[in-house]
Design a protein around this ligand. Structure first.
Ligand SMILES: *Cc1c(COP(=O)(O)O)cnc(C)c1O
Length: 414
């Protein structure tokens, strides 16, 4: 339905959304109409259909034996988690708070796993009493869980999170390999397993997570193979047959100019080989992949209104009613080494052909509040709606909303 006169702009080549008569379409409405109905800006909007399509694509490419989990720290909006919990095989949480959201969403406790360093005694108690799988991150957690079992008269379900001796090459954030606060160093795992055996804890399996936001399929395949092999090697030290191996994920989404979509097919092939090997090497184990941003990131946009248009010494600034307080990642302050522009458009002027170079900033009185640095855009005016694409993950919940006291952002699931 894209009219020929409305190509997606250079900075937002987003084929998943439509443009009609120069307006980006959201849930069957023009962006202007949608924002009017909502009654206020700024907001995030997440599209169920896009999430569902992405999950279907992943399922179609990965072997059916692979269990697909959603890592809810990517987007913990309760309605979204509830929607996800019906589409995936499990939800991975990283705090007692997230555990509460996952349970409230109706996720079955058998399908929830809990990773994360520094688990508090209260969180561990909550985890044991609700019957979820706990990914152990330290020797301390093992001792605490042994005590909690006695106290509650209930078995703890545990998996050991292994900090591997390799990395996910080309990932945006490395979370395994070298010294890390996450998991147990691979060389210490046999000693930890011996302690688990001594305490007669119920070991179900292993968890490995090497990194995030990787767009190179070969690197992901290599990390998956290495993770699988490490799990097999560690299984030889386990007191019980291994029932569960979470191999991690790290699948990235294109965010910046030049980024390409991840090619899933080699990953599907690698996982099929691992499933075949597991039939003899880990015969009782299910293999799990946990994805966050890959499932939801491209299904969401952030929308803010232009409040002011200024020209400073020849440079155009569009000042919005929201900025890094709602979308820290787009400002480049969420783990990026070099600041790059997220894909951005003026959602109600998609067909305008008169362009100018402008920078887009938020309302915060700090130079960090830069959402787009000198990009080509249609000429925008106060009242126009700026859209930041690829914003369904690490948005509202990963931003310092109280910084400078502006209103909180709305989140809508359509
Ligand atoms: C953050 C995290 C994820 C999800 O990362 P994405 O890049 O959003 O896919 C998965 N597993 C663990 C253990 C994590 O900490």
């Amino acid at each position: 339905m894209n009219t020929a006169a409305s190509p997606m702009p250079q900075h937002a080549p987003m084929p998943q959304l439509q443009v009609i008569d120069g307006q980006l379409q959201i849930g069957g409405l023009s962006l202007t109409h949608f924002a009017g109905q909502l009654g206020r800006t700024p907001f995030y909007v997440y599209d169920r259909k896009l999430v569902q399509q992405r999950i279907a694509d992943v399922r179609a490419t990965l072997p059916p034996e692979i269990k697909l989990h959603y890592s809810m720290k990517a987007n913990p909006m309760p309605e979204l988690v509830s929607f996800m919990s019906r589409l995936v095989d499990g939800i991975d949480v990283a705090s007692g708070g997230e555990l509460g959201v996952a349970l409230d969403a109706g996720t079955s406790p058998e399908a929830i796993s809990f990773a994360g360093p520094g688990k508090q005694l209260t969180e561990l108690r909550q985890a044991v009493s609700s019957g979820i799988l706990i990914n152990i991150e330290s020797f301390r957690e093992v001792e605490l869980l042994a005590g909690i079992e006695k106290e509650l008269g209930k078995r703890a379900r545990i998996a050991v999170r292994i900090n591997p001796n390799f990395e996910l090459k080309g990932s945006g954030m490395k979370m395994g390999g070298g010294p890390k606060p996450f998991g147990i160093d691979a060389e210490q795992v046999p000693a930890q397993l011996a302690r688990i055996a001594k305490l007669q804890l119920d070991l179900e399996g292993f968890h490995l997570y090497t990194g995030s936001q990787c767009l190179n399929a070969e690197s992901i395949c290599e990390a998956l193979r290495q993770s699988y092999e490490l799990a097999v090697a560690m299984a030889a030290h386990a007191p019980q047959a291994i029932k569960h191996v979470n191999l991690g994920g790290g699948f990235g989404i294109p965010l910046f100019p030049g980024d390409r979509h991840l090619d899933l097919s080699p990953i599907g092939n690698t996982l099929a080989q691992l499933v075949a090997r597991a039939a003899t090497e880990l015969p009782n184990a299910e293999l799990v992949i946990e994805l966050g941003r890959y499932l939801v990131g491209e299904a969401g946009i952030y929308v803010a209104r232009v409040v002011d248009r200024k020209v400073s010494r020849g440079q155009v600034f569009l000042v919005l009613d929201g900025g890094l307080n709602h979308h820290l990642a787009a400002s480049g302050n969420f783990g990026q080494v070099i600041r790059k522009n997220y894909p951005v458009a003026i959602g109600n002027r998609m067909a305008d052909t008169m362009l100018e170079t402008a920078s887009i900033v938020g309302p915060l009185c700090t130079p960090l509040d830069l959402l787009a640095d000198r990009i080509e855009l249609p000429i925008a005016q106060p009242g126009d709606l700026v859209v930041i694409f690829q914003s369904g993950a690490y948005g509202a919940s990963a931003s310092p909303q109280r910084f400078l006291g502006h209103p909180e952002v709305l989140e809508v699931l359509i």
